[in-house]
Design a protein around this ligand. Structure first.
Ligand code: AHR
Length: 500
């Protein structure tokens, strides 16, 4: 096998990683909230009903910003249902997921959950622009963020939350381009509503950060035109435009699946181009950044193995079990986000617990790490700092969906203390991939660790009965000599190489 190569130089950087790149997402969907993060009566539950076994894993995962309460759910959400005494809250039909929402967990519990995670956890609140509009957004904002002395802020105080929630980052709706969305709109309709909502919200707090809905996928028929139309209405009023992308292996085409990040990178670059085109048209100096606020592997085409009835509470839906292969693709998606850290300033792994999630739980039972937990935790721990510009010279392989794709997908991040971490994926299914990295003027002298996630069985998973079947393992033989790093990447592997 030909060696894959790249060079690193501190003069060539992409940009600083925003901690918000390691965000996640909690939606009222399936068992993400109920029996996921919140389960009164569970042996590990605290006084608020939050599962402390899950809180420990969330901290270990290194999650920052957490988007809430949806997702498709938000487009039918009445925020008023989710506040006040829990026993008085109404049960509602959740049209998005054909479930019953009890509202036992609501806005105050979400903020309490973030506080329990720690200071790194930041709220990212989505508002309902499906069945509701400007007035309800303002009421929610007043309830959440105004200190006191008005009807809605005093209501929050009366509900026991003396301090305002201080929510800075808001999503103006969710996937409004999708016909499945309750209250789906055309780009013109949504652009107007988003602009009016943003303008009004800024009348209360001018310094909010607002995310306009972009396309729910690059393959949407309205993609790019949607972004252009929405941004033409909202350019001066919002800070970010959203991107959503999910990938799965279809028809046994693993080679294409392994190259999914080719699509992620082109999606990002196409949205950046569209944002900058509108900026140029408006003769604006402002840059719109990207909020990749839903990304993951998701087996949408697989039948649900769990029996589920309409209007059930917390049904077992979207409980994908991730393999080693999925974790390698997932790692590659993280690499794609880091490679564009100059413009992707928010990203949310969808979702956090049980629903297409890195953390799984059993009601009344255990909480454990899926295979995808590890790339995220490692990237969050070691992927903070300046992203170095990585241009790979890699052997390629043929894929049906993306043509010739590089076997190597990689990025590198230089921390404040000068240490560098290389994140690399070998997309090849059968052959190890030799790697050489020229380390120019970085002052690096040794390899601290080379950790890999790979297995003789690429379909192996972690399950409730075998919770640690897959964990990262150390790799021997990785060396740094005369300014060159040499390593061998196992077939179908996610790699983290730390250098000082
Ligand atoms: O994350 C699952 C769903 O995927 C979200 O509710 C929706 O926004 C997207 O289609």
């Amino acid at each position: 096998m030909r060696t894959a190569r790249f060079a690193l130089d501190p003069a060539f950087t992409v940009g600083e990683v925003n901690p918000r790149l390691f965000g996640s997402f909690v939606e009222h969907l399936g068992r993400c909230v109920y029996t996921g993060i919140f389960e009164p009566g569970h042996p590990s539950a605290d006084e608020a009903g939050l599962r402390t076994d899950v809180l420990d894993l969330v901290r270990e995962l290194g999650v920052t910003t957490i988007r809430y309460p949806g997702g498709n759910f938000v487009s039918g959400y009445n925020w008023e249902d989710s506040v006040g005494p829990a026993e008085d809250r109404p049960r509602r039909l959740d049209l998005a997921w054909r479930s019953t929402e009890t509202n036992r967990f609501g806005l105050s519990e979400y903020i309490a959950f973030l506080k329990k995670i720690g200071p790194q956890a930041e709220p990212m609140m989505a508002i309902n622009l499906g069945t509701r509009g400007v007035a309800e957004a303002l009421e929610l904002q007043e309830y959440a963020n105004h200190p006191s002395g008005t009807a809605r802020s005093d209501l929050r105080v009366a509900h026991g939350d003396k301090d305002p929630f201080g929510i800075k980052l808001w999503c103006l709706g969710n996937e409004m381009d999708g016909p499945w969305q309750t209250g789906h709109k055309t780009a013109e309709e949504y652009g107007r509503l988003a602009a009016e909502t943003a303008r009004a919200m800024r009348q209360i707090e001018p310094d909010l950060e607002l995310v306009a809905c972009g396309s729910s996928g690059q393959s949407m028929p309205t993609f790019a035109e949607w972004e252009a139309t929405v941004l033409a209405e909202t350019y001066d009023l919002v800070d970010h435009i959203s991107l959503h992308a999910y990938y799965e292996e279809t028809d046994g085409d693993r080679d294409s699946f392994l190259a999914s990040a080719v699509d992620t990178e082109s999606f990002i670059e196409n949205v950046v181009a569209t944002c900058d085109h509108i900026g140029a048209r408006l003769k604006s100096k402002k840059k719109i950044n990207l909020s990749f606020d839903e990304w993951n592997v998701w087996y949408q085409s697989r039948p649900n193995p769990h029996p589920v009835e309409d209007w059930q509470e917390a049904p077992r839906i979207l409980e994908d079990v991730y393999s080693v292969t999925d974790a390698v693709v997932f790692g590659s998606l993280l690499i794609a986000l880091l490679r564009h850290a100059d413009r992707v300033t928010v990203a949310c792994l969808a979702q956090l617990v049980n629903v297409i999630a890195p953390i799984m739980t059993e009601p009344g039972g255990a909480a454990w790490r899926q295979t995808t937990f590890f790339p995220f935790a490692q990237a969050s721990q070691y992927g903070r700092g300046q992203v170095l510009d990585v241009r790979v010279d890699s052997p390629t392989y043929a894929t049906k969906k993306y043509g010739e794709a590089d076997l190597l997908h990689a990025t590198a991040v230089r921390a404040e203390d000068g240490s560098v971490t290389v994140f690399a994926v070998n997309r090849g299914q059968t052959e190890p991939l030799p790697l050489e990295v020229a380390l120019n003027r970085l002052g690096l002298t040794s390899v601290v660790e080379h950790s890999a996630l790979a297995d003789a069985d690429p379909d192996a998973t972690n399950t409730v009965d075998d919770q640690e079947r897959i964990t990262p393992h150390p790799v021997e033989g990785t060396a740094l000599q005369d300014g060159t790093l040499s390593a061998v990447l196992e077939p179908l592997s996610w790699n983290v190489i730390r250098l000082v």
